[in-house]
Design a protein around this ligand. Structure first.
Ligand code: NDP
Length: 495
């Protein structure tokens, strides 16, 4: 089929008469300032790159469908869940956390797993990771933590010294460090990893009853990881392996799927849970809080244009819908602020109007103007409220139940005070459930990484981290100490 012929034009629609040659004084003379078409091409090109995300810069994404398979309406009134068989369009962006936009897909790093559900109640963003926990539990620590994952200020190289110095000084990171250092830190591809909402959120139902919820997305493709050496090998072969894998699978109609499951905790259970249920460095054990099926997420459409949909995609945990609420999880609270703020900086204040971010249902408010306002800006409708002219109503039926807070005193509470300082039981449980081969690989990965610590403080950093590892599991600590050539006896209980 021949494509319909089109005229080549400038951005303003003026037809080009010459595209490939600049206007010059004679065939070998200088270029004229009046060759506006040259300026426009060059000026646009110079501005093609927008600031890359500080975190999650390298990513890929696809559209798909979320289909409900189970009735969870006793927990939530969110319309996305209201009928078995209901389908909702989604966009999912996968990413690496610390690498730059051109970095390798197979580096050891957590992976982002951010889903936008275009629901009739508004867009719901579940911006999670491929791990159920995170390195820190207070958002005030986020910028320092990310600095350690990026580049050394002097050498501009990645620095195992910064990384392990920070982790060893923040024992709450141990759980995530262990997951990262296992082969799950180098997933074979985005299709072969789980996603987790990670934070604790809340659900509320038609009776206005609130419960706490965690989201899990279990890969139907099966978990598959690279070992450390395999990941290194792939890095040398194909920087964009995971991106290519996802696109090719969808193009051959081998649509990847995930089973969404939830864990539910009542308020009463939350009060007696042996860990803080809102601490992002902890999971809820499955035996006590079993996984409940919700639906199937399938990716089935590659965006036509990467920049338009993937690079301009903006997710915000603040975007919940009626029936889904926040929780006192401090990291979630911090992200409610920081994600939209990052988008305003990177994409501009009207980022919600970009097609991939735009709510496909009605949006009515009194926000006006700002850079790149492209939706008609409210036309001639009033730009203030209350007014006597329009018929925009506040929907009181979507009001959330109030939270009962235990403390009326605002203070800088120690995040690791007594009762909040068990950084060891859950990582220990994780190590003990690994197969012998998984343990072996995890230990090799940790030893290999810690060997990179260089500085006058090397021994101090190593010893501090070994103490954490020993407290999680004596066998784990012993094997890593031996791998690093450190005397094990000093860490063992005195006889
Ligand atoms: P379970 O035995 O019920 O669950 C263990 C979980 O560990 C499974 O979901 C499994 O995922 C996952 N897992 C296996 N190997 C790894 C790995 N290398 N990195 C990360 N996850 C892995 O036990 P519990 O619920 O009591 O949890 C025990 C430990 O398992 C926790 O301390 C935590 O570290 C880890 N875990 C727990 C999760 C939870 O929500 N409870 C979620 C993920 C990990 P899969 O089913 O995909 O194989």
């Amino acid at each position: 089929m021949t494509k319909k012929e089109k005229i080549l034009t400038t951005a303003s629609g003026r037809p080009y008469t010459e595209y490939e040659n600049s206007m010059t004084v004679g065939p070998r003379g200088p270029i004229l300032l009046q060759d506006y078409t040259f300026h426009e091409k060059m000026a646009h090109f110079n501005r093609e790159r927008i600031p890359e995300r500080v975190v999650h810069a390298k990513g890929t994404g696809a559209f798909g469908t979320f289909t409900i398979t189970n009735n969870i309406t006793s927990y939530t009134r969110a319309k996305v869940f209201d009928t078995i068989g209901k389908k909702t369009r989604v966009f999912l962006r996968f990413s690496r956390v610390a690498g730059e936009r051109g970095s390798a897909d197979t580096e050891r790093d957590p992976r982002g797993f951010a889903i936008k559900f275009y629901t009739e109640d508004g867009n719901w963003d579940l911006a999670g990771n491929n791990t159920p926990v995170f390195f820190i539990k207070d958002p005030k620590k986020f910028d320092d933590f990310i600095h350690t994952q990026k580049r050394d200020p002097r050498t501009n190289c990645k620095s195992p010294t910064m990384v392990w110095d920070y982790w060893s000084l923040n024992p709450e990171s141990l759980h995530q460090v262990l997951i990262l250092m296992s082969d799950r830190g180098t997933p074979y591809s985005y299709r072969h990893m789980n996603g987790y909402g990670s934070h604790t959120f809340s659900f509320f139902n038609k009776k206005n009853e609130r419960c706490w919820v965690k989201f899990h997305l279990k890969t139907k493709q099966g978990i598959k990881n690279f070992t450390g050496p395999e990941a290194e090998e792939m890095k040398a072969k194909d920087l964009d392996w995971a991106q290519r894998d996802l696109m090719e699978a969808i193009d051959r109609k081998d649509y990847p799927r995930w089973n969404m499951q939830i864990q539910i905790m009542t308020d009463e259970q939350a009060k007696t849970f042996r860990w803080n249920p809102f601490d992002l460095t902890k999971v809820w054990p499955h035996k006590e809080y079993p996984l409940i099926d919700v639906g199937i997420l399938e990716l089935n459409q590659v965006p036509e244009n990467y920049f338009a949909d993937v690079e301009q995609a903006a997710f915000a945990p603040a975007n919940v819908v009626d029936g889904i609420g926040y929780s006192p999880d401090k990291m979630l609270q911090g992200r409610l602020l920081s994600y939209p703020d990052a988008h305003r900086y990177r994409l501009g204040v009207n980022y919600e109007q970009i097609p991939v971010n735009k709510c496909p249902y009605a949006v009515n408010n009194y926000q006006r103007d700002g850079f790149m306002r492209v939706d008609g800006n409210g036309g001639s409708e009033p730009n203030y409220r209350p007014n006597s002219f329009d018929n925009i109503k506040v929907d009181e039926t979507t009001k959330e139940p109030a939270w009962q807070l235990e403390s009326s005193v605002a203070d800088w509470f120690d995040r690791n005070a007594e009762g909040e300082d068990d950084h060891y039981t859950q990582p220990g449980n994780l190590f003990r459930l690994m197969s012998d081969q998984e343990k072996k690989n995890t230990i090799r990965n940790i030893v290999g990484s810690m060997r990179g610590i260089e500085s006058a403080k090397r021994d101090e950093i190593i010893n501090r981290q070994l103490c954490h590892l020993f407290r999680a599991d004596v066998a784990l600590g012993t094997r890593i100490a031996r791998g690093l050539g450190v005397n094990v006896e000093q860490f063992l209980p005195k006889k």
